[in-house]
Design a protein around this ligand. Structure first.
Ligand code: CS2
Ligand code: MG
Length: 412
């Protein structure tokens, strides 16, 4: 089974997606997600200029060897662009292997370890009323675990708050609001950590008294706190029994989480911006987190993320794969197959894609009673309609950034 053709398809039905399509000499096709929000074209160039020429003629069955070849032959190591490009190749090869074997990818990874994947969605609101409406809307959509993001009095626009008019304005688009107000240049948003830390515990107090103690609640601090601020937030949220508190602090400095861990028992999740096992080495070994957040799409593919999860399982750390709308249906399918197979599955993030995206990508996964299942089609179970994709050309879109009141740039 030799790789005969490699196409890099960029389409923007509801947002930009980059997809690698491999075709073999016996006519099988495999898809891989290479979407890196705000830096899509960098991955397109890496794939087209540096990986596709190396793939043509290779034995598509040699997944591990291809991974090692692409990772080591570059000489330069790691990084989001490189690892997204390698991820797309790796995922497409698993799709091909499944199709050649006539089996869904999860069967090739050891078979199902559960009946379905508990998923969580993104409830948000600028006010408590908007937030409650959003929580109710997500429960209507079937979610049994919900992420809570709230506006902060005095701040105009912050990460994670999709204004409800966006949510309702896209009639027909089920639920594909982009929490980031992407634009042709990075949009400046404002941030005030003290106001956020003062406000958030009250939000969870209100949510727990309205919706009760049972509902699994998550929150994403989105890299914006110092370790001691993160420690304070984790402690302040303990009475509300969160499923997890995510990205409390930028974790380039992995040992920063030691301080947080010393002060709070609120479960921690981190890693959506990580791209290899080396980003997790200390965090996992010292059990500084409870959930690994990486997506297949950003972490070198199924092959490498499974290695990370197997390493994490030795320390009772579970998966919490990243699944916003900037992970394409191909990336989501890969996450579902991997999540179904590994023993240490935790939860799957699932922001439903829009109708236009669902027309470009034909998907076979199911969503039942708050749980996802990848389905039993051979391979990943995802198709890409090239004609439909061709209707939506790339749109330049940057993620926002923050500035503090004194003008200092801050993590968004
Ligand atoms: C967020 C993401 O889903 C999450 O946990 O951190 O929505 C993140 O902001 C986007 O993936 C950035 O592209
Ligand atoms: Mg996040």
């Amino acid at each position: 089974m030799r790789i005969d053709k490699a196409e890099v398809i960029v389409t923007s039905p509801d947002r930009n997606f980059v997809t690698l399509k491999l075709t073999t000499d016996d006519g099988l096709t495999g898809l891989g997600d290479a979407t890196l929000n705000g830096r899509e074209l960098a991955v397109v160039a890496y794939l087209k200029e540096h990986l596709v020429p190396l793939l043509l003629g290779r034995d598509a069955h040699r997944i591990e060897d291809t991974w090692q070849f692409l990772y080591r032959s570059a000489y330069w190591r790691r990084g989001p662009v490189t690892m997204a490009a390698i991820a797309a190749v790796d995922t497409a090869l698993w799709d091909l292997k499944g199709k050649a074997a006539g089996m869904p990818v999860y069967q090739l990874l050891g078979g199902a370890s559960r009946e379905g994947l508990l998923a969580y969605g993104h409830a948000s609101g600028r006010t408590i009323k908007e937030l409650f409406d959003s929580i109710r809307a997500h429960r209507e959509l079937g979610y049994r675990a919900i992420r809570i993001q709230a506006g902060v009095p005095g701040l105009n626009a912050i990460y994670g708050i999709a204004s409800n008019d966006t949510f309702e304005a896209n009639e027909g688009v089920r639920y594909d609001h982009e929490p980031a107000q992407r634009g042709a240049l990075p949009a400046e948003e404002d941030w005030d950590t003290r106001a956020y830390l003062r406000h958030l515990p009250g939000v969870f107090e209100a949510v727990r008294s309205e919706f009760g103690p049972e509902l699994p609640l998550l929150h994403d601090a989105h890299h914006r706190l110092t370790p001691v601020q993160a420690a304070r937030l984790g402690k302040d949220l303990e009475p509300y029994d969160l499923f997890w508190l995510e990205d409390v602090t930028p974790a380039e400095n992995q040992e920063a989480l030691r301080l947080v861990r010393r002060h709070t028992t609120t479960p921690l999740a981190i890693g959506e911006v990580f791209n290899t096992v080396w980003d997790y080495q200390q965090i996992v070994r010292e059990q500084l987190v409870d959930y690994v957040r990486s997506a297949v799409t950003h972490t070198g593919g199924i092959t490498h993320l499974k290695k990370i999860l197997d390493y994490a399982s030795q320390y009772q750390i579970k998966s919490g794969m990243h699944g916003p709308t900037d992970i394409s249906p191909v990336g989501m399918a890969a996450a579902m197959h991997l999540g179904l197979a590994v023993h240490n599955f935790g939860i799957q993030e699932y922001m439903m894609h829009g109708e236009r995206t669902d027309r470009v990508f034909e998907q076979s996964f199911t969503w039942t009673d708050g749980h996802l299942h990848p389905g039993d089609e051979p391979g990943l179970g995802v198709g890409l309609d090239l004609d439909e994709a061709g209707k939506y050309p790339y749109i330049t879109a940057y993620l926002p950034f923050n500035r503090l009141a004194d003008g200092t740039v801050h993590d968004w």
